[in-house]
Design a binder for this molecule. Sequence first.
Ligand code: KIV
Ligand code: ZN
Length: 509
Amino acid sequence: MDQIVIFDTTLRDGEQSPGCSMNLKEKIEVAKCLEKMKVDVIEAGFAISSPGDFESVSTIAKTVRDCSVASLARANVKDIDTAWEAVKMAADPRIHLFIATSPLHMEFKLKMTPEEVLASVSSMTAHAKKYCSNIEFSAEDATRSDWDFLVKIVDAAIRAGATTVNIPDTVGYTTPAEMRELIEYLRKNVPDSDKAIFSVHCHNDLGLATANSLAGVLGGARQIECTVNGLGERAGNTALEEVVMAMHTRPTVYPFSARIDTTQISRASRTVYNIIGQSAPLNKPIVGRNAFAHEAGIHQHGVLANKQTYEILTPESLGIQTNNIVLGKHSGKHAVEDRLRQLGYTLSKEELVACFEEFKVLCDKKKTVTDADLEAIAEHRAVADVDVQNGYKLDWFAVHTSNFTTATCTVSLEKNGEKFEDVCLGDGPIDAAFNAIDKIVKPVEHTFDIYNIHSISEGKDTLGDVTVKLVAGGRTYTGKGLSTDVIEASIVAYISAVNKLCAATKKEV
Ligand code: KIV
Ligand code: ZN
């Protein structure tokens, strides 16, 4: 079977989309998940775009050993030099340079003639090649470019040393039949097309990204660019889990193999959603909560008789445990560690101790602790603000609220052994709590983007999982809190977001 290279751009195309920004620690957490899932290439960022991006690309390049690490660069010397500086310590560094090739982009965005664009493809690919053998060239907006011009562009890139040529459907405009035909056309008409791997990078504006990527592969592409949960500009990119599971489930239609360990998909999806403070739509393919739920009687009857009647994939193949073991206050550290390992978490000693402590606290509040609770605890630890360890922590809080008085909240925070206390009124107990925290911390001016609570499991004693997203200077800062008390979870989430905001804005925390 032909091998398909899975190029993951969650940390670049995904991270650059609104509401998906991540800090360094979060990006490293995602990169580790991607490495464990065995993607072939991690596009770690766009090194020139900011000092923060440069730092995260270079840290990921030094950390990840089992995948190639790429940085994006425009087709100019400064971008390429910076991309190389950032990835050069990787086990297998890749420079990914791009320039737009459609008439619209060349005339209105680049203000360059087609001849100038062609010349820049040759000279800039050759420049990148001086640094590194693994070079990817992308023709931005390829699917709205003239096909014969694209032949010249791809030819120039391959002659100058590109080892992968990517044909992006930048605005999600193409269709499966057209994508397949385009890849076939290029492979047939570019003289040395067999000297490079063809790649597809599809956006999902018309909901066709997965279909277009798979069609590209049928046309001869051997790399798919995708993101976990389909994150990405506008309607997103091809979802990694969808293309991988389509090939996995229909091997006769797609006789290709990928290196991906599919049992890491569910965990990677949850980690990414947790970090960006979102959750999967219930009916999202592969990773939505309802992907394996059968509500209609006729379906339940069929599934009980034989799972295959209504299930084409098994939850186990995605790493979803179905033997839901219930733990309780008598369960020891080993039982908890064992269950976490079965759920796909390999935690350090310190992380395990912290998870176990939280587990014990939860056992006092809740009769039984389910897999969903344990996963929530582990995920929250994974996205905790370790890089702002010196930030504020909740010491205690007290609220007074009723439907005929104004809510009040007193909050005591602790930082480096010092305690800070303040009290505020608010439009409800959570507003009052957040106001009291603002009074103590005085974070830079920000707006409130998202506040949401969702329950981890069923029952009145469920854990409340709170996400708070703050926006300042065009970036998003996500905080998470987990408790059976939603006011406490909200306060913890807000403190976590504020700590990240302060750390990023260099205000001392
Ligand atoms: O969508 C696109 O064209 C891109 C390129 C930079 C590869 O993201
Ligand atoms: Zn893109």
